[in-house]
Design a protein around this ligand. Structure first.
Ligand code: SIN
Length: 298
């Protein structure tokens, strides 16, 4: 069956119709999926009642899935490539991944190899809510004035997973272990997409702490402006999940947020693979605000 691409938003999001991920895909179909993904940034494939092994197999056709990450005790027991984003109980405790992604972010932007994409499979969805919103970060860049673009183009901003509000709700022992393993990383404020060559804004409320070379006050003001700019309604696709949806997004040009518009008494169980990206950024040390002031002063 030929594939159909049905746009879901003006600037971002499309549904791919005609795929059956229980079957293996030929090279031409994989190339079509990849083309549609690059063009639409977020792809939705409905009705895919696939096993975790089939999810991994599909992911491997598009890239190289990460195996295990900082939250490895939330990886699928038989497939280290799969992170369980779930409000199920895990080992007798509520899963720490139940509040994953409550602020705008690009997955793992605070690492030296931020993922190119993520592929999420809805295995259980709440009766209402549990939506995810995706913002087009090319559009965020392209709608800035040329003067603002020229100002931002050479800048670097520091990303630190400790910045996320979610950390306060996590087990302090796990957080401390992650902190040791995951130093902050400076990333370009404007990233050039390695496949399309287009420029995209790459600052995210959950992780970006400050812009290097500016005073803390300047940095805060610019970041606050950019974070609000990325939330421009016209740049956003809001996904209302159906059971067995697959949604895949390009982390290099998309920011996303998982809305807490449901109750944890309603199960929400999603499985995510994360495709390794190209190297980007350089390590920084974790500083106090006073250190940052010194850095800004030169
Ligand atoms: C994520 O941020 O990777 C999870 C998104 C979601 O649960 O909707």
């Amino acid at each position: 069956m030929p594939l159909t691409v049905k746009r879901l938003g003006n600037l971002i999001g499309a549904e791919l119709i005609g795929l059956d991920l229980t079957q293996s895909l030929d090279e031409a179909t994989v190339a079509e999926v990849r083309r549609a993904w690059l063009d639409n940034l977020v792809l939705v494939i409905r009705g895919q009642d696939i096993t975790p092994a089939q999810h991994v197999a599909f992911s491997e056709r598009l890239g190289d899935p990460e195996r295990g990450n900082a939250l490895s005790h939330y990886n699928h027991p038989e497939h280290a490539e799969i992170l369980m984003v779930t409000n199920h109980m895990i080992n007798g405790k509520p899963s720490e991944t139940r509040n994953t992604g409550r602020q705008w972010h690009s997955d793992l932007s605070y690492t030296l190899r931020p993922p190119m994409g993520s592929i999420l499979h809805a295995r259980e969805i709440p009766e209402v809510g549990g939506d995810t919103m995706f913002s087009n970060m090319y559009a965020a860049y392209e709608t800035l004035s040329p003067a603002m673009q020229a100002f931002l183009d050479p800048l670097q901003a520091v990303h630190d997973f400790m910045n996320s509000k979610d950390m306060a709700r996590r087990d302090p022992v796990t957080v401390e272990a992650m902190k040791q393993r995951t130093p902050p990383v400076a990333q370009p404020v404007v990233r050039v997409h390695p496949e399309t060559g287009r420029r995209a804004l790459y600052v995210h409320e959950a992780a970006t702490t400050h812009i290097e070379g500016l005073t803390p006050e300047e940095s805060r003001a610019i970041l606050d402006f950019l974070f609000r700019h990325c939330e421009t309604h016209e740049h956003i696709y809001r996904h209302r999940w159906q059971l067995h949806d697959i949604v895949m997004w390009d982390n290099r040009c998309v920011s996303h947020i998982a809305l807490f518009d449901y109750s944890h008494s309603s199960p929400r169980h999603m499985l995510r693979t994360t495709l390794i990206g190209t190297p980007s950024g350089s390590v920084r040390s974790r500083g106090t605000p006073a250190d940052l002031r010194a850095v800004a002063a030169g």
